[in-house]
Write a protein that binds this ligand. Sequence first.
Ligand SMILES: C[S@@+](CC[C@H](N)C(=O)[O-])C[C@H]1O[C@@H](n2cnc3c(N)ncnc32)[C@H](O)[C@@H]1O
Ligand code: SF4
Length: 372
Amino acid sequence: MLLYVHIPFCEKKCKYCDFNSFALSGEYKRRYLRDLKREMEMYATEEEIDCVFIGGGTPSILNSDEIRELFKYIHENFNIADSAEITMEANPGTLSCDKLEAMKNVGVNRLSMGLQAVQNEHLKYIGRIHKYEAFLKNYNDALDLGFENINVDLMYSLPHQSFEDWKETLEVVCGLNPAHISAYSLILEENTELYEMWTRGEFEPNDDDSDIEMYRYTIGYLATQGYHQYEISNYAKDGYECEHNKGYWKCEHYIAVGPGAAGYIEDIRYNNVCSLDEYHEMVELGKKPIDSKEYLTLKDKLEEKIFMGLRMNEGIYFEDFKRDFGVDFMSKYSNQVSALEERKLIVKDEKGIRLTQKGREISNSVFVEFME
Ligand SMILES: C[S@@+](CC[C@H](N)C(=O)[O-])C[C@H]1O[C@@H](n2cnc3c(N)ncnc32)[C@H](O)[C@@H]1O
Ligand code: SF4
């Protein structure tokens, strides 16, 4: 079982981001922690939790006392395995040695730092609150305090970002030798400032061909630096794949708390309300702050297992489908598998199937082939 805790606050909204987070005063943060305590109590369980992920938003916006308080609630309500991977997202510009020490003391053993690019002009354009130098200081402080499992988030196909800029970002970051790198192609999400800027003609988005070129370069370059790709956008040094994300792609059950969080327990997927006030009101009434839920049928679970599993380079295993669903994969999907193999989008061996590089580049069109 996995646990996801959402911290829906950011100092300032980045121009590209549509995650559920708000730039609000400390008052809201304090009320939120009290609400979170109540919501966690509603999900309290003896079942062992293998991974904890504190995501956001900006979890490192919490001060040291609040970080300790958050973990007190987590331990009061959940049985966290001694060996659990415990990740906290930590944004440059909101981190300090005090906070890093508090994280270390409560058992955080993996940090995920959002950098995005090493050129300050790009950071400014996309609305990040920090410069590269602030990231570097936080990163080095984290290393000094003994964090050795650090992820760095990066983005390519940013407005006005040249291929050379992206190469420089990869080179500089690899020079720091983090354990893990996530590299995302920018998605222009509706309802973001960047989307508005695009519709006003303020920049020309990267075209598909050069986006794919950047993607191919990323995979190749990171491999030369000792990072193997294990999912569409994720690369790790040996032994440092993110267990939490893998659990998610393997469709394991997870408890998710916080506004906008999405969980999956006993075959039911649920989405929490996004509004902080609504979340507060529901929790105060002793109700789980759920906005919608869906019971997954066997067909839903089967399809999810395919498209989530295919995100990972290792792909999906026939024996899992036999064990979990009593389904002989190749009898059910032989037509789709043959057609996709012929188009060189997947490869098959006696154990299972996985995407080829070409398949990863157009993964969504592969996934739909398995939907009924
Ligand atoms: C859940 S976000 C939050 C991380 C953290 N708050 C931060 O910004 O450093 C995780 C990562 O998703 C990526 N991301 C967010 N919005 C994106 C978008 N519109 N397109 C592509 N990647 C995005 C960024 O790299 C970001 O660091
Ligand atoms: S990218 Fe991260 S810091 Fe920026 S608004 Fe989104 S969640 Fe907040």
